[in-house]
Ligand binder design. Sequence first.
Ligand code: FES
Length: 101
Amino acid sequence: AEVTWIADGERITADVADGINLMEAAVANGVPGIVGECGGGMMCATCHVYVESEHATGEPGPVEEDLLEFAEVPRRATSRLSCQIVARPEIDGIVVEVPSA
Ligand code: FES
């Protein structure tokens, strides 16, 4: 799926293989501001993004919800932990914004 990150006012677009989560993809593509400290274990919230496009990525689960509550930057209705968004055909063209700390 094609994924675009907006980070530091820059747009970075990459083709992400199905099954890869958007934190891993961001790290692989050098997207600034996505650290993925816990490796996708839902323990760090350093992969926080705002989903800017209309794509349905589902609701955050309870653990994700708790982490977003304590994320460094304020959560929004569109907040997700990007390690919990897995690339699949349905999210082709998705745009996510990396919160600036
Ligand atoms: Fe740590 Fe997503 S990478 S919560």
